[in-house]
Ligand binder design. Structure first.
Ligand code: MN
Length: 200
């Protein structure tokens, strides 16, 4: 059973002005689609064809680079689309409590997460994950993620921000910090909260 490009759960223009429709169109339709196509090609005829993407990520050190790059690409973007929304939402009480206890509050979360996102050199991702029941912030290079056995900080990712230039360059050019700041306007806190409870 081959992996498939998931449909976006909203219109291409839903995240404007923070993330523009043209960026979404290319990012989802071209970049993410290429990760899916290349992942399927890399897995074709191998034993891993029947595994879940999560299981592949957890043992990623055993796979060749095309599986790591494209499997991570497919997993990361599939998560990314769901934790974005054009509608306002707030974290659940349970997630709010954890943000206060584990990270020192929402302002501190934003500060640390944006630091992870803006200081990641080159291409990569910033993450909010659950590790042994606690929230942790980290970043990964390329298409790696915290599920992977190669990650410096391992955990179950519940929110991620793509900081590859393809994610923001059309609208923000070199201004990655502006893109990272705008991200907070389009976080789908309902979905991040759902993922938090599922990860516990
Ligand atoms: Mn991307």
């Amino acid at each position: 059973m081959a992996f498939e490009l998931p449909k976006l759960p909203y219109e291409l223009s839903s995240l404007e002005p923070h993330i523009d429709a043209r960026t979404m169109e290319i990012h989802h339709g071209k970049h993410h689609n290429a990760y899916v196509t290349n992942l399927n090609a890399a897995l074709a005829g191998t034993d891993a064809e029947t595994l879940t993407l999560e299981d592949i990520c957890r043992n990623i050190s055993k796979y060749p680079a095309p599986v790591r790059n494209n499997g991570g690409g497919h997993y990361n973007h599939s998560l990314f689309w769901t934790i974005l929304s054009g509608s306002a939402s707030t974290p659940s009480d349970k997630l709010t409590q954890a943000i206060n206890t584990d990270l020192g509050g929402m302002d501190k979360l934003k500060e640390e997460f944006n630091k992870a996102a803006t200081t990641r050199f080159g291409s990569g991702w910033a993450w909010l994950s659950v590790k042994e029941g606690k929230l942790v912030i980290s970043s990964t290079p390329n298409q790696d993620n915290p599920l992977m056995d190669v990650a410096d900080v391992k955990g179950t990712p519940i929110m991620g921000l793509d900081v590859w230039e393809h994610a923001y360059y059309l609208h923000y050019q070199n201004r990655r910090p502006d893109y990272c700041a705008a991200f907070w306007n389009v976080v789908n806190w309902a979905e991040v909260s759902r993922r938090y409870e599922a990860a516990l």
